[in-house]
Structure formats: structure tokens, C-alpha cells
Write a protein of this length. Structure first.
Length: 344
């Protein structure tokens, strides 16, 4: 019998966040699950006083968690991107919980990258958790240097119910159909690469936020199709692409991210930046295609735009790899639970 039966999940569940999808994966695996949505909704209050907004959010979050600890008695409290709570909050929750209850933190982002300023509050709490799951190997030593007890790197994942091939109707094809597309927020490197493709005549469709702030907005605005797509619309956008470009977040030192798995899981051809993780997870030229620099990207985009049969074979093989190698949330969460149970 497994040690863990009841899991209290805490994360931002604004639909359809990956935190919510991972919580549903725990339920599909047969665990008894309760959840607390940590999404911050006090934007008006933040404009008046950021400190007051943070204090209120902490109070509300602590109150909800305490109630569930009392009646649900979880074996595991699974936090995702817990930016609000202090060491004192976590110590108090541990005392309220049942004997042996574990506090685990899962962080898909990098608190030691270029955006580290927003993570200062969280970094203080690192010693308070029994286990940390971090997105890259170099984070292990960084967490351990801040007092992390058990720190494990993890691979990202996709959702079996959300990320799958869908057939687009005529109206959806009009909205989402494109030879080449990219979904993601603006970043300098992404903008530079896409602008160069556009200048070379590659018709790249873009979905995401903050692109209007970029240096090349005048060149790209006619290619921008709107803000980020969510839920079913996100899946439709990926499925509408013949080639899905995949640029990572260099500011986060990413070697993979969720789209690494979501794009091929949708049965779409992925043309991604070459990284050690990408090469470990997919066979280049067989299950996905990787590029090294702009010239390589341009050459491969042109080639695969004009070789539909090869492109479709690779896309099909990429989806099969996702399913056969256990890249889903369900498989990943099952593996994480095994590691947690080994921690005494």
C-alpha cells in the first residue's frame, strides 16, 4: 500500500493552467485530492498598496489551507509556484498537519535566472519544504545552497485530455490555419529570429503577449494574431500550424518547457532550438527537428514547408514518442510520488 493517499494541491488554477491539469492527473491516478487556488485576484488592491495586497492574499491562502488540513488530513501538501507564504506560515502549517505530512514544492520556473527579483520571497522558504522539484540540473545545487533538503530535477509534460490532435472546421482553419506559427510571450531573441524569417518571406503567425513592445513591432504586427490562446483554443492554434516554431526562454535558462511536449503531443511538427534536453527527449529529424542558428532555422523551415510527407511522418512519430515514453502529466506525477515516498 502506498504511503500517500490524500494530496492537497495548491497552485494557480486560472483555467486552464498546468497546475490545474497536474492536479487532475493526481485524481486520475486514484489519489484523494483537494485543492486551493492561489491565483491572485486583487489587482485593484495592488494598485493601492502592493504590500497590503500581498498581506491579504497570504491571509486568505493560509485560512483556506488550515481549514483543509483540519478536515482533509492530507499525507502530502503539493505546492506549485508558492510565491506568497513565509517560512513562519509553512512552519505553522506543518504543526497543524498530521504526523508525517510532507510539504513539497514543484517549480516549473527558474528562481535564479534573470527574473530572480520576483522570487526573493520564495527563496527564503526553500529550507521549509521536504522535497523540491526543479526544472533543470543546475537548480539542484542552487536550491541546496539555500537549504534545500531533497532536490530533484524533472522533465516537463503534457496533458492527455488537453494536448491531442483535433480536426479543425472551416471557421477554425480561418482563425488558426498557418504554414508556420509560434505561441509565446515576446522576448528579444524570439522577436529577432521571427523578424528575420518574415523578412525572408516566411509567413509566421504569432500568438502571445507583449509583442507590441518589441523593436520590430511595425514589421510583425500584421503577423500577430492576438494574445495567448487558452484551453481548447490553445490546442486548435497548435493543430492549425503546419510547422510550430519553438523558442525557449533564455532569461530562464530553459533547456525545455511545456511546449516541448505539448506541440508534438498535438500531432504537430515541431521545429525547436537545439538543446541537450531536446536531443535527449526526441530524435532529431525523426520525432522533431532542431536548429542551431538563424541560417539553420531558415533552411529547415523552407525545406519542411515544401516536404509535407516528411513533415507529417515526423509529426506522427513525435506524438508516438510522447505517448510511448511516458511524457504525460499522469506518468510524470506518478514518478514524482515515487520519489517523495522514498524521502523519509
Amino acid at each position: 500500500m502506498t504511503d500517500i493517499q490524500r494530496i492537497l494541491c495548491i497552485g494557480s488554477y486560472r483555467l486552464p493552467s498546468n497546475a490545474l491539469l497536474r492536479t487532475r492527473a493526481f485524481a486520475r491516478l486514484g489519489y484523494s485530492v483537494e485543492s486551493v487556488d492561489s491565483t491572485f485576484r486583487g489587482m485593484r488592491l495592488r494598485r493601492i498598496s502592493p504590500l497590503l495586497a500581498q498581506t491579504v492574499t497570504r491571509w486568505v491562502l493560509n485560512r483556506r489551507i488550515r481549514r483543509l488540513l483540519a478536515h482533509f488530513q492530507p499525507d502530502l501538501v503539493f505546492f506549485e509556484k508558492n510565491l506568497w507564504m513565509t517560512p513562519a506560515d509553512l512552519d505553522s502549517l506543518r504543526k497543524l498537519g498530521k504526523d508525517g505530512m510532507k510539504l513539497v514544492h514543484y517549480n516549473p520556473d527558474d528562481p535564479f535566472g534573470e527574473f530572480s527579483a520576483v522570487w526573493s520571497h520564495f527563496i527564503e522558504t526553500i529550507p521549509c519544504y521536504d522535497v523540491h522539484f526543479v526544472p533543470k540540473a543546475e537548480n539542484v545545487t542552487e536550491y541546496e545552497g539555500r537549504g534545500g533538503k531533497r532536490v530533484y530535477p524533472f522533465d516537463r509534460s503534457f496533458d492527455l485530455e488537453m494536448n491531442k490532435p483535433v480536426e479543425l472546421g472551416p471557421d477554425d482553419k480561418e482563425v488558426y490555419g498557418c504554414p508556420v506559427g509560434f505561441i509565446g510571450s515576446w522576448a528579444v531573441h524570439r522577436e529577432e529570429m521571427i523578424a528575420r524569417l518574415v523578412r525572408e518571406g516566411i509567413p509566421v503567425a504569432i500568438w502571445g503577449k507583449n509583442w507590441e513592445k518589441g523593436r520590430y513591432w511595425d514589421e510583425l504586427k500584421e503577423h500577430w494574431r492576438g494574445p495567448p490562446r487558452l484551453g481548447e483554443d490553445y490546442t486548435k492554434a497548435i493543430c492549425g500550424m503546419e510547422i510550430a516554431l519553438h523558442f525557449l526562454r533564455r532569461e530562464n535558462r530553459d533547456l525545455q518547457d511545456s511546449r516541448t511536449f505539448e506541440i508534438p503531443a498535438c500531432g504537430t511538427f515541431m521545429l525547436a532550438e537545439r538543446t541537450p534536453d531536446h536531443e535527449r527527449l526526441f530524435r532529431d529529424g525523426q520525432e522533431a527537428v532542431f536548429f542551431d542558428d538563424f541560417d539553420d532555422l531558415f533552411e529547415k523551415t523552407n525545406f519542411y514547408m515544401n516536404h509535407e510527407n516528411i513533415r507529417q511522418q515526423i509529426a506522427k512519430a513525435g506524438r508516438s514518442r510522447c505517448l510511448e515514453s511516458g511524457y504525460s502529466h499522469d506518468c510524470r506525477m506518478k514518478g514524482l510520488i515515487s520519489l517523495i515516498e522514498e524521502t523519509k
